[in-house]
Design a binder for this molecule. Structure first.
Ligand code: SF4
Length: 333
């Protein structure tokens, strides 16, 4: 089973309610960024560059909870920056869990071992550890030696303590998919519960543009690694994977993954910043959604990230006959 049953049922219940009430644009995953500060300076990270002027600011625990309530999404992805350096992150996680939300805590994994006692175990809470390759490649991507080993120690500590753990891998032009096969084999031997994978997005703030891929590059790379996708327990849905492999087209549903950070609700999406809205309602109502997406805005040209398209897969956007069955079979496989 890809995700714990309780988590799947609560998300399914939420979606059913939205469909019954004929809600049009509703959130699925809140991307909550309590801070942008990080102990690393990863090559492909847009956040530490774009938010350099506010890097020392953070949302209070109450502001984070208000964002969770205001948005109402059933899943909260806590990212940043490095969320595990946020004072009171364990308390924030516990309070979001009390609201019956599912949580994905995106981390470089370096503080898990030291801080594990601060966290509440739940079948709705995952540590999501960033790993872009085996030791040598990952340490180059994050621009520091020893990070891979430290993240692996964190994964082992979390698994030993009974937490759910998944990993998140960004694929760049230089990524060797054979090496990723080795990585996922190794992580499977550590009992990691699932793998997320997504192509990198060329942030305006990142200078090293040569590391990012075009749509065609992405599709060729993901097609060539088809055997790997059948081998391991990926959290990437079969519909999103078909899109990444060029087997179908999909429209972006960025509104389903709203981002809240120290400046407000980031519009239009996790990747592009044209404005920060004061309220979630403003974000949904005032964003000119028709102007964004592939073929509409040049900045969307090579974007295939999960914050834009994985939600489209779960919402059945551009759906085909048999998709629902495919998604159910995948969830229970
Ligand atoms: S296609 Fe990508 S960059 Fe463009 S609006 Fe959607 S998520 Fe944002």
């Amino acid at each position: 089973m890809r995700f714990p049953l309780g988590m799947t049922l609560s998300i399914a219940g939420y979606m059913a309610k939205k469909k019954i009430t004929r809600a049009k644009k509703f959130p699925m995953v809140l991307m909550l960024e309590p801070l942008h500060a990080c102990n690393l300076t990863c090559t492909g990270c847009g956040r530490i560059r774009e938010y350099e002027s506010t890097i020392k600011q953070k949302l209070s625990i109450q502001e984070c909870l208000d964002a969770v309530d205001e948005c109402g999404a059933p899943v909260v992805s806590i990212c940043g920056g490095e969320p595990m350096i946020y004072p009171g992150m364990g308390e924030l996680v516990a309070k979001i869990l009390e609201r019956k939300k599912s949580i994905i805590l995106c981390t470089n994994g370096m503080f898990i071992k030291k801080k594990i006692a601060e966290y509440t175990k739940s079948n709705r809470f995952f540590f999501n550890v960033h790993l872009d390759g085996m030791r040598a490649s990952h340490d180059v991507a994050v621009e520091r030696e020893g990070v891979f080993d430290s993240a692996i120690e964190g994964i082992k500590a979390a698994k030993e303590a009974g937490f759910l753990v998944c990993t998140n891998t960004t694929v760049f032009k230089e990524t060797d998919m054979t090496e990723l096969d080795e990585l996922f084999g190794y992580l499977t031997s550590l009992d990691v519960d699932g793998f997320m994978i997504s192509p990198g997005y060329s942030y305006a703030a990142v200078d090293s543009k040569e590391i990012f891929m075009t749509r065609d590059d992405i599709r060729a790379k993901f097609r060539a690694a088809d055997a790997m996708f059948k081998k391991y327990s990926f959290n990437t849905s079969p519909i999103y994977l078909e899109f990444l492999q060029g087997k179908r087209e999909m429209s972006c549903t960025a509104y389903a993954s709203p981002t809240r950070n120290v400046k407000g609700w980031k519009g239009p999406c996790y990747l592009i910043t044209d404005i920060h809205h004061k309220t979630f309602n403003d974000y949904i109502e005032k964003t000119p959604w028709d102007k964004y997406g592939y073929g509409k805005d040049p900045r969307c040209e090579n974007c295939m990230v999960h914050s834009g398209y994985e939600t489209a897969a779960s919402l059945g956007v551009n759906g085909k006959l048999g998709d629902t069955l495919k998604m159910i079979k995948w969830q229970f496989s």
